[in-house]
Design a protein around this ligand. Sequence first.
Ligand SMILES: Cc1cc2nc3c(=O)[nH]c(=O)nc-3n(C[C@H](O)[C@H](O)[C@H](O)COP(=O)(O)OP(=O)(O)OC[C@H]3O[C@@H](n4cnc5c(N)ncnc54)[C@H](O)[C@@H]3O)c2cc1C
Length: 313
Amino acid sequence: MAVLAYIELDNGSPKKTSLEAVAYASKVAEQFGTEAIAVSGSVSDDLSKLGNYGASKVLQTSLTEISASTIANLLNKVVEITNADTVILPKGITTDLAAALLTVKIDASIGTNAIELPNFDNGFAIKKGVFSGKAFAEVTLTNAKKVVTIKKNAVELQATDSEAIVDTLDFSPETSRITVKEVQKQEGDLLLTDADIVVAGGRGLKSADNWNIVEDLAETLHAATGCSKPVSDMDWRPHHEHVGQTGINVAPNLYVAIGISGAIQHLAGVSSSKTILVINKDAEAAFFKSADYGVIGDAFEVVPKLNEALKNA
Ligand SMILES: Cc1cc2nc3c(=O)[nH]c(=O)nc-3n(C[C@H](O)[C@H](O)[C@H](O)COP(=O)(O)OP(=O)(O)OC[C@H]3O[C@@H](n4cnc5c(N)ncnc54)[C@H](O)[C@@H]3O)c2cc1C
């Protein structure tokens, strides 16, 4: 019995969403009186620090290709070795698919997009947003083995001084049935999914040439930049910045939406944000209904003034 947490690295360090997967696994392990083991498909000197978030051990290996099927094969192998019954993965495009593949391999129940720790009152129930975040559902996982993907901020991070033991696993995945043709690395220092603040722009910004006001504000706030789907479809911004139902799910402490109407498909990707500030010239824009703060005004006047004020503050 053990609880596994799959972790992803960015420049050799675990991503914040992976630290949350470890913390989540550790809380579940605590409940069942067992240990949390972190599993990494890449090797790094930083992995012992996962002990800070509750992992007793880290199993690292060097996957030549990180794809959903190699991750699923790796986790399947570690489930066998450790006799783990629960596997936690941070939500993501590749990890969501890996979780589904693993679920079939180990005959597990799967709970996706958990937004908080499980409710153990009546078994093992996870809470998730449904209908594009408009409602919540509690899903009870009944199989002996369980796979859970968690959304950002599903658990609060509290670091301790503990260090984890790091072991290297001898693992060669079976031939993958998925061929990775190209890997496009996200530009910039801040990952959209990890950022505490996101400044996003929509079609209201009129053209790619006007993105400087979004970038300037993002720089002042140390924020990542995002955009609505039409903006990336028109190549004003790269596709990895597209936020929403068909793009990236973000859950920052602050989401600043500039010139975005607030269509339900966009809101689906931002509804877990702690605070939402909307800047839109149309007082009737749907986004204002989901906003904590709103400014009705022209983005080209409001955003530079806001940026100036923040710089002076
Ligand atoms: C199956 C499906 C999936 C989809 N998935 C996604 C998704 O993942 N993400 C996503 O974003 N969309 C998605 N969409 C598209 C979505 O329905 C909307 O069309 C899209 O979000 C609108 O983008 P927008 O708000 O940037 O543009 P618009 O709807 O054109 O809104 C522009 C806004 O800017 C405001 N504005 C204009 N000028 C100014 C100014 N000078 N200052 C301030 N405000 C101004 C306007 O008042 C308006 O509210 C999806 C659609 C479908 C059908």
